[in-house]
Design a binder for this molecule. Sequence first.
Ligand code: UFG
Length: 357
Amino acid sequence: MAILVTGGAGFIGSHTCIELLNEGYEIIVVDNFSNSKPESLNRVCEITGKYIMIYHLDLLDSESLEKVFLVNQIEAVIHFAGLKAVGESIKDSLKYYKNNITTTIIICELMQKYNVKKLVFSSSATVYGLPDTVPITEGSPVQAINPYGRTKLMIEEILQDLYISDNEWSITILRYFNPIGAHESGLIGEDPSGIPNNLMPYITKVAVGQLKELQIFGKSYSTVDGTGVRDYIHVVDLAIGHVFALDKTLKTSGVKIYNLGTGKGYSVLEVVSAFEAATGVKIPFKITQPRTGDAAICYANTSKAEKELNWIAKKSIQDMCEDSWRWQSHNPNGYTKNEELENPRLIRSEVFLMPKN
Ligand code: UFG
């Protein structure tokens, strides 16, 4: 029996693959590599010494996806695949609704057809919109403020309705706060295409000399130093959270929602200082206008995950900065230009292209 991981080549997906393999799970990855590289999975195999079956296909291609269910014994699905850039979602909302919502419906229909009713879904703290109070609990009001956030919220509602229609389902919704960091090997990490939208990849690109300076979006928020505060969580802690969530999902039924964060908030300036202290690299910055739609403060109450999943984030902001920097400095161009690691002898994963007929 295997765990099907959609979007397994992405930042959170690839780190979760490692933790699943380390726990002895057999995994099958489905990815269209639209925003990720197959090389990340080669490196997952290199780190773990284990084998992954990979299907290069788009989840909108339901016929090909059905073949994956037909030829494999799938026990549960962890559904990471989806588009995630807030700005792009405002400019091209239909693309986001079609991709994120339709693909989730397709995968759930196939799960139902093949009696695989165990699902872990990647949601986001974005569903809390601009929170009135912190720390944010799972019961805090939800109010997405952009199409990307609305796709996450709509999917959460679809999944709740799915359970109401069929109580055999076991669905766990994970609301991530701000994942940063990288695997401590320095072999896998975040590899955004183009200019990063998020804080840490922007900082590491400045540190490696590819971008001139960080722009800090606003310094007049009601926070410790006027800059925005977020709950940064090490991606490996987040990945381990998925293993705990999966274990619970396999043993129970119902719909459960968990915040995955650390419960601590850091301002942008605090992250810059922590990065400089952890790496010895100076980050030039300038203060610019606030970014539309940004909350002042956002951090999680994580007691529900601690109590029910027995999971807690363990890594510090220093670990996050050191590991982000190790990844970026060892891989200045992400997954593309590292010939030694692209040596085919190291490739242990196997990529299948599903035939059209
Ligand atoms: N920031 C800057 N400069 C930058 C980038 C970010 O000052 O170049 C600031 C932001 O204003 C914010 C903080 O750094 O105060 C973090 O910003 P990120 O873009 O890294 O993260 P967000 O909290 O805005 O968004 C992230 C994900 C979303 C997700 C959300 C959930 O990118 O997909 O967390 O809370 F929805």
